[in-house]
Design a protein around this ligand. Structure first.
Ligand code: FAD
Length: 120
């Protein structure tokens, strides 16, 4: 069986920016790559909403479509223009999955993204 600490280390050290939120997108956990990509240390981003990463130029329709899929317990993937802590903008390729408990309720979300600015 996989020891829990290996699981934790694997997620912490993954090369994708990983965050886990509550059902309202408030961040509960962020891994090391999340800090590298966004500039926010885990202890300063935990408790904030994922919307702190928004550049506020993304059309609301895109977020509506995102939240529609998530509310149907389907994953969502797409590209967003994000803002780092230092103000720099980057193009994020983001995938969000609902975390569903045994009773069928969405309790959390898993977000994974990477900076694809250089690829464009
Ligand atoms: P919001 O106030 O969030 O509203 C935007 C629209 O989404 C509205 O139509 C609103 O009705 C709808 N909405 C918001 N919250 C909910 C909800 N809980 N249930 C149903 N509908 C809802 N955004 C980014 O810009 N960059 C990211 O990297 C990013 N990563 C995310 C990672 C995860 C795991 C999750 C769950 C969300 C992420 N988001 C990200 C989305 C973020 O939470 C915000 O919804 C988004 O940034 C828009 O913020 P806002 O303040 O402009 O609008």
């Amino acid at each position: 069986a996989l020891p829990p600490e290996v699981y934790n280390q694997a997620v912490d050290q993954a090369d994708l920016a990983v965050s886990i939120t509550d059902a309202k997108a408030n961040i509960l956990f962020a891994n090391e790559a999340f800090t590298r990509v966004t500039g926010y240390a885990a202890d300063e981003i935990v408790g904030k909403n994922e919307s702190v990463l928004s550049n506020h130029t993304t059309p609301p329709e895109l977020y509506k479509a995102m939240w529609h899929e998530l509310s149907e317990q389907r994953p969502w993937s797409g590209k967003l223009l994000n803002r780092r802590k230092d103000g720099a903008l980057y193009l994020a390729e983001l995938s969000i999955s609902p975390v569903v408990d045994a009773a069928g309720k969405t309790t959390h979300f898993l977000g994974m993204h990477r900076d694809i600015t250089e690829l464009h």
